[in-house]
Design a protein around this ligand. Structure first.
Ligand code: HEM
Length: 280
């Protein structure tokens, strides 16, 4: 992720890609390793494949490959491996990086951490763990605020206009590459009051209920928006609430001052930081 820059110069001046050919080579090598990794998993599935017991995506794909003779291009083994790698890349790094930002913001804002823990304790209790579906508006607003302020996927995946299009008087010719600047949307002063401030309340109404805003687009919008949005939201909710239910996090006194600087690749990741984890 760190190797593949987002919104980098090569998006706009493709010839610049040659200047970064080492990086490209490294990324291609990593891709090969990932293909090898998922290939082993596919081979394991093939050995125990049973068309009457389709367990997961790989089983269903293999079954379609065996039975659907019309769509041989989409249902090729190469496509199976590539889509698996894409799901793996798109699904793991994004969620983990979001959680790293969550805990950085918790050690930077101990008062907010305590409010999240109080809400979890009062709704869930100390004797059971939080579950998807528990109503925890302040906690959810905190996760949303992390996703807004850190904008983990700063620019969307590049798309191409399928037809000539006019948008607010601008002609976008067919074939134009379009890159959405999600980070700019999340930090637009016309939409957000003091956008650089970490403030979960901006997602709560006067009754304390959580609400969505059109300008909140961490998963992008439209038909090609994030395919894993619902899964990601569940994962973030479960990991964040379980960890805060069981532990408290704080900055070690002797560690360097907290910084919100990031390394900008395809994802916007925090710099490494230390924290102390204490069992509650
Ligand atoms: C917090 C976690 C995540 C964030 C912030 C995130 C964000 C995004 C964004 C901004 C896009 C680009 C959409 C566009 O260009 O219009 C995207 C695409 C995508 N995401 Fe996620 N994502 C997350 C987790 C996941 C997970 C868990 C999966 C799957 C397991 C996933 C699978 C995908 C796929 C397959 C695409 C490409 C969709 C397409 O081109 O049609 N993502 N994601």
């Amino acid at each position: 992720m760190a190797n593949s820059s987002s919104g980098g110069v090569q998006h706009f001046i493709p010839v610049a890609g040659y200047l970064f050919s080492d990086l490209k080579k490294k990324t291609m090598q990593m891709n090969k390793r990932l293909i090898h990794f998922v290939n082993n998993i596919v081979n394991d599935h093939k050995q125990v494949f049973d068309p009457d017991n389709l367990d997961d995506y790989i089983d269903v794909f293999l079954n379609e490959m065996n039975t659907n003779t019309k769509d041989t291009v989409a249902l090729s083994e190469e496509n199976l491996l590539r889509t698996l790698v894409q799901l793996f890349i798109a699904g793991s790094e994004t969620t983990v990086t979001t959680l790293r930002w969550c805990f950085l913001y918790m050690i930077a804002n101990p008062d907010i951490q305590s409010r999240v823990q109080d809400e979890i304790d009062s709704v869930v209790g100390r004797n059971s763990l939080p579950r998807v579906g528990d109503k925890l508006p302040f906690t959810e607003a905190t996760i949303m605020e992390v996703q807004r302020i850190a904008s983990i996927v700063p620019v969307g995946v590049p798309h191409v206009a399928a037809a000539d299009t006019t948008l607010r008087g601008y002609l976008i010719p067919k074939g134009t590459v379009i890159i959405s600047n999600l980070l700019a949307i999340h930090h637009n002063q016309d939409s957000w009051y003091e956008p650089e401030k970490f403030e979960p309340e901006r997602f709560l109404d006067s009754k304390g209920d959580m609400f969505y805003r059109n300008e909140y687009v961490p998963f992008s919008i439209g038909r090609r928006a994030c395919l894993g949005e619902n899964l990601a939201k569940m994962e973030l909710f479960v990991y964040f609430t379980h960890l805060l239910h069981q532990f408290s996090f704080k900055k070690p006194e002797e560690s360097p001052p907290i910084t919100f600087e990031s390394t900008l690749g395809a994802t916007n990741a925090p710099l490494p930081f230390e924290l102390i984890v204490t069992k509650r």
